[in-house]
Design a protein around this ligand. Structure first.
Ligand SMILES: Cc1ncc(COP(=O)(O)O)c(C=O)c1O
Length: 323
């Protein structure tokens, strides 16, 4: 199966890539240096003990609850397989939503149930169901309230909160995480290093499903540089850079939305630096001009694109091409 994703494709790197949700700001020198210095000559600790201690400390949870994964995509596959082995048969996915949830479920023969909103989700939920909540959601940039998430968590067999874009939330507060929820943290997007395949799960406890997840992991599931990226995430200078990034992205988002508004684009609300937008007419050829947008047809939204905020010079390039 070939998944459709924004960002890199088989062609040359776009000059102005509005199709990726990755932070476009240059990473701090300390992060680049740490990654360069990752020790690739030997295996990482197969238990990732110091990394897990570090992440457990940052989140205030027990070390046994931290599971490193080779990116969020790998975590989604592994959790879906573990859910199947635990006897769950149905997977509820946000629609529109990140395509890997449904792809992972389909590949395992699980029944996929798309949901448009929490009301629809609550109507159909049983203890046999696994639910993906994307918070804030890709591609919409929508966010649920704590009460809605708590209601879902009270009904489903397994709830996973994908927090890939939490560090890029530009408005509002992160909702509370119910005690029985799994959390997926994929910081490579906020850190502008999507080529580093590294993420981690926080399990609600060290129960049977957590042990199954651990048993299903390949040995050394996280590369040397993946380990470094996750170790860097909670460093004060990296968190300060993330805060500065959010301020900058707020400004670029406002500018870009205003520019598209003047060109009569329809634009949905979003709390992230990416959002769904619909041009007033078919788009001109952009890719050969070094500009890329994420066509939203695969999200069930033909005629729409997902667009991310980029610096003014990229906005100008897009504007000139659109005009
Ligand atoms: C919502 C969401 N979750 C998870 C992922 C997986 O990212 P990665 O495998 O790079 O951690 C993505 C990637 O686009 C995403 O958008």
């Amino acid at each position: 199966m070939s998944m459709i994703h924004g960002g890199s494709d088989s062609g040359p790197t776009p000059l102005h890539d509005f199709s990726t949700n990755a932070n476009p700001l240059p990473a701090p020198a300390s992060l680049s240096l740490a990654l360069q210095q990752a020790d690739r000559r030997r295996y990482p600790d197969p238990q990732y003990l110091s990394l897990r201690h570090h992440l457990a400390g940052a989140h205030g949870v027990d070390v046994a609850r931290i599971l490193p994964t080779s990116g969020g995509a790998e975590a989604i596959r592994r959790l879906s397989l573990a859910a199947l082995l635990q006897g769950l048969r149905e997977v509820w996915v946000p629609a529109p939503g990140f395509g890997d949830y449904a792809a992972a479920a389909q590949a395992l023969g699980l029944t996929v149930q798309p949901y448009a909103d929490v009301a629809q989700l609550l109507q159909g939920l049983t203890q046999q169901a696994m639910v993906w909540l994307c918070e804030p959601c890709n591609p919409t940039g929508a966010s649920l309230g704590s009460a809605e998430i708590a209601a879902v968590a009270a009904r489903a067999g397994l709830v996973v909160l994908d927090r890939a874009y939490e560090p890029l939330r530009l408005q509002g507060e992160a909702p509370a995480v119910p005690a029985n929820c799994w959390q997926l943290h994929c910081p490579n997007k906020a850190l502008g290093h999507t080529g580093v395949r590294a993420a981690y799960l926080i399990a609600p406890d060290d129960g049977a499903l957590t042990q199954r997840l651990r048993g299903l992991a390949a040995s050394w599931v996280l590369s040397a540089e993946g380990q470094v990226l996750l170790m860097q995430l909670h460093q004060p200078e990296i968190q300060a850079w993330l805060a500065d990034s959010r301020t900058q992205l707020q400004l670029w988002t406002a500018q870009q939305r205003a520019m598209l508004g003047r060109l009569d684009w329809q634009q949905r609300e979003s709390c992230t630096p990416f959002w769904l937008a619909r041009p007033p007419q078919a788009l001109p050829e952009l890719r050969s001009h070094g500009i890329k947008l994420r066509d939203a047809t695969s999200f069930g939204l033909p005629g729409w694109v997902r667009i991310a905020a980029l610096p003014p010079q990229s906005q100008l390039a897009l504007k000139e091409r659109l005009q």
